[in-house]
Design a binder for this molecule. Structure first.
Ligand code: CO
Length: 208
């Protein structure tokens, strides 16, 4: 791909949008009221709006390596607080994907420098679910199960935050755990029972 091509693509995209609605960009500039906060992986194969069929303005997006929700990550927490408290999204989604390079790296004994502390959070997910994961003999299956469990744990990290707890009480904000299957293009809802999870951890993580 030639980098100049991006600007040609952009011109074509503008023309296409304006041919359908001459006021498209004018309206876009007026503001946003997305329904969804999407937290996904930075992986170039896993887009956000594209795979959900959403248009600009419909999803607030945060992406990082392996779709992690880490309480001291100022970037993630700023996005979360802005989306939940100010934009008042009604859904927060953590979307992982099978064959995630970040999750794979965390399963290997390898020094990856600055990535070590980031990936350690995935190793912690492994440790929490070691009993289940170690019963899976097929390496790819174990790897993809860790992808799912990582999504689940990141959803639990979301419900530990005051922003999510308050919005849940106020307006029934919902947290969803999804996985994108790169091999089929399918988006899978892991149907994590977060109300049950919240009940199980409320005595420890309740922020009042
Ligand atoms: Co990934």
């Amino acid at each position: 791909m030639q980098i100049e091509k991006v600007f040609e693509n952009n011109e074509q995209w503008i023309a296409k949008k304006l041919s359908v609605d001459p006021h498209y960009f004018e309206n876009l500039s007026k503001g946003q009221s997305p329904e969804i906060l999407y937290i996904g992986c930075s992986d170039s194969r896993v887009t956000a709006e594209d795979l959900m069929g959403l248009q600009p303005g419909e999803a607030f997006v945060h992406r990082n390596i392996a779709n992690m929700v880490i309480s001291i990550d100022l970037n993630m927490m700023s996005v979360l607080n802005y989306a939940v408290r100010h934009l008042k999204v009604n859904h927060v989604v953590v979307c992982g994907h099978y064959f995630c390079g970040g999750v794979k790296a965390a399963m290997q004994a390898q020094d990856l420098g600055i990535l070590n502390p980031w990936l350690r959070n995935i190793r912690d997910v492994y440790r929490l679910h070691k009993t289940e994961l170690n019963t899976i003999t097929d390496e790819n299956q174990r790897y993809n199960r860790l992808v799912e469990l990582n999504v689940q744990e990141q959803c639990i990290n979301l419900i530990k935050t005051a922003a999510v707890q308050n919005a849940y009480k106020e307006r029934g904000l919902k947290v969803h755990g999804w996985v994108f299957d790169i091999q089929t293009g399918k988006l899978i809802d892991l149907k994590i029972d977060l109300e049950k999870e919240l009940k199980g951890i409320r005595e420890i993580y309740d922020l009042g």
